[in-house]
Design a binder for this molecule. Structure first.
Ligand code: MN
Length: 307
């Protein structure tokens, strides 16, 4: 991977659509690390917290001046997730992927993949643990946000963080930087979703299904906080997206949403994937049946009829 990056002269970095601080933090780190090269970053939209990070670091995405001779895809498990930037892949034979998701649909010449709590941990290794404080801040931001403010952090996450943090890094500042205020429209969406809930009991487990036009992960998180073991949220507006979140009890029982979403995505001519506790499927041909299939699979697994 390092050789790939070093050999490239005009590198184009692609992140998933609505890029989050993990994807963008990784991209900015690589751009900064190879500041002598022509590196530019593209993504179809950028999240609120990622634009906050961009401002905070005083960095930019760079201009795509000439045709790239190498493309690097970050934090993205399939070309469909690049959305509007998917076309930029056309005709390239020099593609690399650094990704921490469980599955990948890319056919790349160079790949660095490992299941980790954030993509930032992989980039940290690829860049050889750089000492530049801006790079470390960007990567810490990726870890903090991808682990839900360290809620899902593992021993490995903390080991990496302790290598990254130094006297020149204000960890508390990065940690609180992304504390988002809950907006009026988020709260309205939450209550709408709660009104539309379908609650399914599977033994001693509770699975909740609902639909909403936006803020699916915010809503899923709140439904889990209320005590559900699995939340399945359908967004029938944006390319018929299905979002799933599972709590610790469901994970311990063997529920792997990334595998379920991947399977259901394929079955309904769309695609899906993610992590065992947080995954999604999109562009499915029949989102109602696809959602029911996800629900049935989860309920059957929780009842213990399928492992
Ligand atoms: Mn990520």
């Amino acid at each position: 991977m390092r050789l790939f990056l070093e050999k490239s002269r005009h590198l184009l970095i692609l992140c998933h659509s609505n890029a989050d601080p993990d994807a963008l933090g990784c991209a900015l780190s690589i751009k900064r690390h190879y500041s002598k090269k022509d590196v530019s970053i593209r993504c179809d939209g950028i999240s609120r917290s990622a634009s906050l990070l961009l401002q905070e670091l005083d960095e930019s995405l760079g201009v795509l001046s000439v045709a790239p001779d190498a493309i690097l895809v970050l934090d993205t498990s399939s070309p469909a997730l690049l959305e509007g930037c998917k076309d930029l892949l056309a005709g390239t034979d020099n593609l690399a992927v650094i990704d921490h998701h469980a599955t990948t649909a890319f056919d790349a010449s160079v790949t660095y993949r490992r299941c980790a709590t954030s993509n930032a941990e992989l980039v940290w290794e690829v860049l050889g643990k750089p000492r530049d404080p801006v790079i470390r801040t960007a990567l810490i931001a990726g870890i903090v946000t991808d682990t839900g403010h360290l809620r899902y952090a593992t021993r490995d996450t903390f080991a990496t963080l302790s290598e990254m943090v130094g006297d020149d890094i204000n960890f508390q500042y990065i940690y609180t930087m992304f504390r988002e205020e809950v907006s009026y429209s988020q709260r309205i969406a939450l209550f709408k979703a709660l009104q539309r809930m379908r609650v399914v009991r599977a033994g001693s487990y509770i699975v909740v299904k609902t639909s909403i036009g936006s803020f699916e992960s915010f809503i899923a998180r709140n439904i889990l906080n209320l005590g559900a073991d699995v939340a399945i949220i359908v967004n029938d507006k944006k390319g018929q997206r299905i979002v799933g979140r599972a709590g610790t009890r469901a994970i311990e029982r063997g529920v792997d949403l990334s595998a379920i979403m991947h399977e259901v995505g394929l079955e309904f001519d769309g695609d899906g994937g993610g992590h065992p506790p947080a995954a999604g499927a999109k562009n499915v041909s029949d989102f109602k049946s696809a959602t029911d299939r996800v629900l049935d699979t989860v309920v059957t697994m929780l009842r213990g009829k399928r492992k």
